[in-house]
Design a binder for this molecule. Structure first.
Ligand SMILES: Cc1ncc(COP(=O)(O)O)c(C=O)c1O
Length: 424
């Protein structure tokens, strides 16, 4: 068995010296079977619960109990404008102007609502460019949209695949594909970070290339929001959508978010599926028959939002505002770099990290391919207190999240993985 004593000492010193280490105390850490803290590395799947979430949600329950329907106007945080309480923090988080973001619905629903407005195929320009390994729900969504508009999904979907023998897409290849297909492409929709490989795309370059050819450019930021420093407005992205149960720690099924570039804020001629919460606030309660959309992303809302979920998101975004994304990103690069170094030092040829090694091409996640592994390796890790994620056929995904994971977690994981591989 490898000896990690020195690495453990080093990690403790790194933890002690990092000003962001204290944010771990803001979170509930799940326990392992033996009652010790688990090594939780699945914030890319479900982020941990901030301790303050309970108070924020309870405050709304109390106000509901106390006030009933009056809570819409008289709750401590009135429910009528409640979604507005998260607008500015969300805008800060994704590099947007407040008019460009809103919290609403869930991710796949939002992708469909955005596609209704921004995927406007014509017989000359009807294709959608996506990644070959896109998250299945994204593929289902775009394929169903192509079909919905009466086009053939086999020619309508351009799926970008890595070169033979490679796991990630090369930016040059993505840009070349956009140059090749751009004139017949209506929409480019890529993940900001690919869920499987952990690769982060060059969103600025992709947006610029797409716009050169007149395409709408959008990103699914499920694995990027709260993970990367995003500058959606500066990069001139058209649309984006994300969930908030991963890096945004807003709880299972948490309320999602969208970005619509301010350029489209007053594009009232765009087709859109309408609902009363997207209607002009000044006249919403006049209950007239004609829909008058709000300017900006808010105009894509349909329903009055779930307050308990918004309360959980508000709690989490307070922590992001306190920590700030630039500082978190710096810590994230150090944590993931440290993990990478320890993994490379494990004396086995079986491990390959398929995530890019260049920090600007990844978030916090590393995807580790283990040759000839099956689920039993993953089960052995789980039995030793590691909460990671297994993707068929042979990939373990681990995400040291800078808000609550620390250098000691990373060393403990590397030492357990090393032991489990040695025992196989
Ligand atoms: C990249 C990506 N897209 C879409 C989804 C689906 O999200 P939802 O179930 O919230 O619609 C997920 C869920 O993990 C995801 O990671």
């Amino acid at each position: 068995m490898a000896n990690y004593d020195e690495a453990i000492r080093e990690a403790k010193a790194l933890d002690a010296g990092d000003p962001l280490s204290g944010f771990r105390n803001e979170f509930e850490m799940p326990l392992a079977h033996d009652g010790s803290e688990s090594i939780y590395l699945t914030g890319n799947s479900l982020g941990l619960m901030p301790k303050r979430t309970r108070d924020h949600v309870n405050a709304e329950l109390d106000d509901w109990a106390r006030l009933g329907v009056d809570g819409h106007l008289n709750a401590r945080h009135p429910w009528l404008p409640y979604h507005e309480f998260v607008t500015e923090p969300l805008a800060r988080l994704v590099g947007a102007k407040p008019i460009e973001v809103v919290a609403m619905n869930s991710l796949t629903v939002n992708l469909h609502l955005l596609l209704v407005s921004f995927y406007r195929p014509t017989s000359e320009r009807y294709k959608i460019i996506i990644e070959k390994g896109a998250f299945p729900s994204d593929r289902y969504a775009v394929e169903s949209q192509v079909r919905f508009h009466g086009y053939d999904a086999t020619t309508g979907l351009i799926e970008l695949a890595p070169r033979d023998g490679e796991s990630c897409l090369r930016t040059d290849d993505v840009l070349a594909a956009i140059d090749r297909e751009g004139e017949s492409t209506a929409l480019i929709l890529l993940g900001g970070v690919n869920y499987y490989t952990g690769q982060a795309f060059d969103m600025r370059a992709i947006t610029e290339a797409g716009h050169k050819h007149g395409c709408i450019v959008g990103f699914d930021l499920a694995h990027a929001a709260g993970n990367l420093e995003l500058r959606l407005n500066e990069w001139d992205v058209d649309i984006a959508a994300w969930c908030s149960y991963k890096y945004l720690n807003a709880g299972p099924g948490g309320i999602a978010g969208i970005f619509v570039n301010e350029r489209h804020a007053r594009s009232f001629d765009l087709p859109r599926f309408a609902g009363w919460w997207g209607h002009d606030k000044a006249t919403r309660f006049k209950m007239g028959p004609d829909f008058v959309p709000l300017e900006g992303a808010e105009g894509w809302q349909l329903s009055n939002p779930p307050i308990l979920q918004l309360a959980a998101l508000r709690a989490s975004l307070e922590i992001f505002d306190a920590a700030t994304m630039p500082a978190l990103r710096l810590r994230s690069e150090r944590l993931t770099g440290y993990l990478e170094r320890l993994l490379k030092a494990i004396a086995t040829e079986r491990i390959t990290i398929i995530t890019p090694s260049e920090p600007s091409e990844r978030g916090c996640q590393l995807s580790i391919r283990v040759r000839d592994a099956d689920r039993s390796l993953f089960d052995a890790l789980t039995a030793r207190g590691v909460v990671a994620d297994w993707r068929e056929p042979d990939v373990i995904r681990v995400a040291p999240v800078p808000l609550y994971n620390n250098f000691s977690d990373v060393v403990r994981f590397a030492s357990i993985l090393s032991d489990c591989l040695a025992l196989e």
